[in-house]
Design a protein around this ligand. Structure first.
Ligand code: ADP
Ligand code: MG
Length: 243
């Protein structure tokens, strides 16, 4: 579903991604972790072309992201993205947040978009809040709306960049629960997170990135957590700090 081949990116002379390669199959859940500044956000954003890169190739369901002829708005409409800071439109109601891109990007009718959006709002348990504005919701509720908004576009993969890092601790669980149920339904997901409980419970693979934008580990969840002797020293240090 997603393939990265030797992706490198520089800001001037600073290398932020160093020869990153990986493959994510349909239905896989891959957790990306690693220290702050190691390029996790940059890596995940290259996949829907929110970050350009200078070297390498990326394919999403066969579409070449690096090809200048690729229709990027179309690609982005198929790749759902959820950020740390929800990024809902503050001046639009929850329902309008759910429908605007369906109408503008996918060309759905207002009625169809609403029906579809509310189905996902129901799924994340927030149908009672459909007429509220983002500012009237808690952080956890806003993030669940952001997930419902992404799902309303019928994405083929979902990318998450630290979706629970900005939340008060008591709200982390409700967002993770939605992500766990998505994973169990077979959604292909790439998730940047420090929630190792989530990684242990639902991921298939773990990618560990190190400073300098290098993929230091790309292994099964079981190898990552249960075979420390096979891990790089930097990975072990990181795990010791966060577990
Ligand atoms: P992470 O998500 O792992 O914390 P990021 O992908 O956000 O890391 O950033 C990786 C590195 O790239 C950091 O050192 C960051 O300071 C640097 N960086 C990010 N954006 C820019 C930019 N626009 N210009 C220069 N450096 C940047
Ligand atoms: Mg980041």
């Amino acid at each position: 579903m997603i393939e990265l081949k030797n992706v490198s990116k520089w800001y001037g002379s600073f290398q932020v991604l160093n020869d990153c390669s990986t493959k994510i199959n349909k239905g896989e859940v891959v957790v990306v972790c690693g220290p702050s500044g190691s390029g996790k956000s940059t890596l995940i954003k290259t996949i829907n072309a929110l970050e350009p890169f200078q070297k390498g190739e990326i394919y999403v369901d066969g579409t070449a992201v690096h090809d200048p002829k690729t229709d990027l708005p179309k690609l982005r409409s198929r790749v759902g993205m959820v950020f740390q800071h929800f990024e809902l439109f503050p001046h639009l109601s929850v329902t309008e947040n759910l429908t605007i891109a369906q109408v503008k990007v996918l060309g759905r009718s207002a009625d169809e978009a609403k029906k579809h959006g509310l189905k996902y709002l129901e799924r994340v348990g927030l149908i009672a809040h459909k007429d509220k504005f983002p500012g009237q919701l808690s952080g956890g509720q806003q993030q669940r709306v952001a997930i419902a908004r992404a799902l309303s576009m019928d994405p083929i993969v979902m990318l998450f960049d630290e979706p629970t890092s900005a939340l008060d601790p008591e709200m982390v669980g409700e967002v993770l629960d939605v992500m766990v149920s998505l994973a169990k339904e077979g959604m292909t997901m790439m998730v940047v997170t420090h929630e190792m409980g989530f990684a242990r419970k639902v991921s298939n693979r773990v990618i560990f990135m190190d400073v300098g934008g290098k993929v230091l580990e790309d292994c099964s969840k079981d190898d990552f957590f249960n075979k420390p002797e096979e891990r790089q020293p930097r990975t072990k240090d990181f795990l010791n700090k966060i577990l």
